[in-house]
Design a protein around this ligand. Structure first.
Ligand SMILES: Cc1ncc(COP(=O)(O)OP(=O)(O)O)c(N)n1
Ligand SMILES: Cc1ncsc1CCOP(=O)(O)O
Ligand SMILES: [Mg+2]
Length: 242
């Protein structure tokens, strides 16, 4: 497959993605491949290796395990921050924050053969990411303050509501402090895609946690579709009565 065809395929899979996991490569129990197989089988659609302590060489070594697991399950692999590592690892996705490499610079290095995601923390950043060339998806958050990103103020669910109001066709995810106990609040605010770290990596049964997230997200999407169908049928009925 050419780079462009691979990116088009990855973009299609991203459009259907609901659950995005960021994780380091350290495990409390079991080994990394076993953990990745469990969460991917559970319903994680995108896995990002996010570990600020790794040197590039170590990161690449861990990414081999991530890439094999993603390939086994047909899911997307993401690299955080580093365009060189993303390229060397053959990653599907590079995720860039506001302080990371600017998107055009990453595109100049990587070309079009990879998806690029962007973090946003304000309405202006979300509105820009929803239309900016070269961005394939964006994230809004943190929804709640989180020890996983210390010192990052939380714009909260207001930013999720704002992102939903943009009605962009570009995929976007809510992030930060999301767990199974507050997921409904995130869905009520309008998100249909979420990124989580601790809610899966620190779960007693990460595969079961992933499955519970995936099931709740799927239900929300199915409810949307049912509402759309009912609304369309209502419109049709009104037209026939006219
Ligand atoms: C999917 C996803 N969303 C947001 C982030 C955060 O990126 P950034 O703001 O650059 O912070 P760091 O993760 O680099 O500390 C992410 N990594 N992934
Ligand atoms: C990387 C990042 N960027 C904004 S919040 C966050 C971490 C989210 O982690 P958790 O799901 O454990 O709160
Ligand atoms: Mg970053």
């Amino acid at each position: 497959m050419s780079d462009t065809a691979a990116a088009a395929d990855a973009r299609t899979r991203l459009a259907g993605a609901r659950l995005y996991l960021c994780t380091d490569a350290r495990r409390r129990q079991g080994d990394l491949a076993e953990f990745l197989d469990a969460v991917l089988a559970g319903g994680v659609d995108v896995v990002q290796l996010r570990d600020k302590q790794l040197e590039a060489k170590e990161e690449l070594e861990h990414l081999e395990v991530f890439a094999e697991a993603c390939a086994r399950h047909g899911k997307l692999l993401a690299v955080n921050d580093r365009a060189d590592v993303a390229h060397a690892a053959g990653s599907d996705v590079l995720h860039l924050g506001q302080g990371d490499l600017p998107v055009p610079a990453a595109r100049a290095i990587l070309g079009d053969g990879i998806l690029i995601g962007r973090s946003t923390h304000s309405e202006a950043e979300a509105a820009a990411a929803a239309v900016q060339d070269g961005v394939d998806y964006f994230c809004t958050g943190p929804c709640w303050p989180t020890p996983t990103k210390p010192g990052r103020p939380a714009p909260g669910l207001g930013l999720v509501r704002y992102a939903a109001s943009l009605r962009t066709g570009r995929p976007w995810f809510a992030i930060g402090g999301i767990d199974l106990g507050n997921l409904d609040q995130v869905l009520e605010a309008g998100a249909r895609r979420v990124v989580v770290v601790r809610a899966i990596t620190e779960a007693d049964d990460p595969g079961a946690a992933a499955a519970a997230f995936a099931a709740r997200l799927r239900r929300a999407v199915e409810q949307d579709a049912a509402q759309d169908t009912a609304r369309d049928a209502g419109r049709e009925g009104t037209r026939e009565a006219e």
